[in-house]
Write a protein that binds this ligand. Structure first.
Ligand code: C2E
Ligand code: MG
Ligand code: MG
Ligand code: MG
Length: 292
């Protein structure tokens, strides 16, 4: 509907706003449809011991296949899925996908590798969802294999996440990981009040770390606090040999996740790419592969 009020500019804005609203509706519809039709898949990225290159665990990273069959990374749909109330279902679907592929996951990454699932802060603050998700994890029969990754905001939010929700997961043996640490609003000292098994230092601190004295200082502080609190530290977004060399020479950080070790990979692709030798499987899993 274009207002015919004789003012060209107003009509132009009306028309462009209408186009925008229509475009948004189209995106919403296609997201609803994609989830309804289960047109999604998980890519897995390993968390690697930087000394031995052993895979400590993997993280499931969801992708959607749009109407044209193009694979979309979560940046383009996770927030919208949250707004539309579709994200809880998506998380349950991710878990179902993992359970379905568990044999292949074990063959590829080893039966000891932990399996991390991302939970948005909004989900973490919703006790109803968290209860149903904990129950679903329990029903897999192997809840101890899983970790949930939650950003620090969820921990400092004024709700029952820390006191009531987290203990429920920990009782099942599900690990708890603080994702993207350093990007939220909590201060370093807030760490002292957080109960978690793992802390993932955001990529923004790891990128070019060897050239950035301020990031180096922050890294040292997080490292010593985490050590005192008994949390495992993971460096996120490690891309280069120089970054790795710095971590090895100047820190005690033992684990990293990033393109340097492996891009997120699809299991089906490994199945196609690998012969039956398990050695070949491991080398494919830990070698940087094409990004998805
Ligand atoms: P995240 O949990 O912090 O995951 C790490 C992101 O960094 C992933 O992006 C990964 O592909 C990317 N990454 C890993 N290594 C490198 C590197 O060396 N360099 C660079 N530049 N990037 C790297 P992705 O897969 O696009 O996911 C983005 C975010 O979407 C995730 O950030 C997570 O917050 C969210 N997400 C992913 N899957 C799910 C899910 O199933 N549920 C929810 N609620 N959120 C999810
Ligand atoms: Mg994560
Ligand atoms: Mg992260
Ligand atoms: Mg991140």
């Amino acid at each position: 509907r274009i207002k015919n009020n004789g003012k060209g500019l107003a009509a132009f804005f009306d028309a462009s706003m209408e186009r925008e609203a229509q475009a948004r509706m189209k995106v919403e519809q296609s997201l609803r449809l994609a989830i309804l039709e289960k047109r999604f898949c998980c890519a897995f990225q390993s968390k690697v011991d930087i000394r031995t290159q052993a895979v400590k665990g993997i993280e499931a990273l969801v992708r959607l296949r749009d109407d044209e069959g193009v694979i979309q990374a979560p940046g383009s749909f996770i927030n919208l899925a949250g707004e539309l109330g579709l994200i809880d279902e998506l998380t349950h679907l991710v878990l179902a996908e993992i359970v379905k592929s568990i044999d292949l996951i074990n063959d590829t990454f080893g039966p000891e590798a932990t399996i991390s699932i991302n939970v948005a802060a909004k989900q973490a603050g919703n006790p109803e969802f968290m209860r149903s998700f904990a129950q679903a994890l329990e029903e897999t029969g192997f809840p101890q294999r899983f970790m949930i990754e939650v950003t620090e905001d969820a921990f400092v939010a004024k709700n029952h996440f820390q006191d009531e929700i987290l203990p429920m997961f920990r009782k099942l043996g599900v690990g708890v990981s603080i994702d993207d640490f350093g990007t939220g609003y909590s201060s370093l000292s807030a760490l002292a009040d957080i109960t978690a098994d793992e802390i993932k230092i955001d990529r923004s601190f790891i990128t070019d770390i060897h050239n950035r004295p301020r990031s180096q200082g922050i890294l040292r502080a997080i490292e010593s606090l985490s050590e005192a609190l008994g949390m495992t530290v993971i460096a996120e977004g490690l891309e280069t040999y120089e970054e790795l060399a710095y971590l090895q020479a100047a820190t005690k950080i033992r684990y990293a996740q990033g393109y340097y070790f492996s891009r997120p990979i699809f299991l089906e692709e490994l199945k196609l790419a690998t012969p039956s030798s398990s050695e070949a499987r491991v080398s494919v899993a830990s070698r940087p592969a094409q990004q998805h």
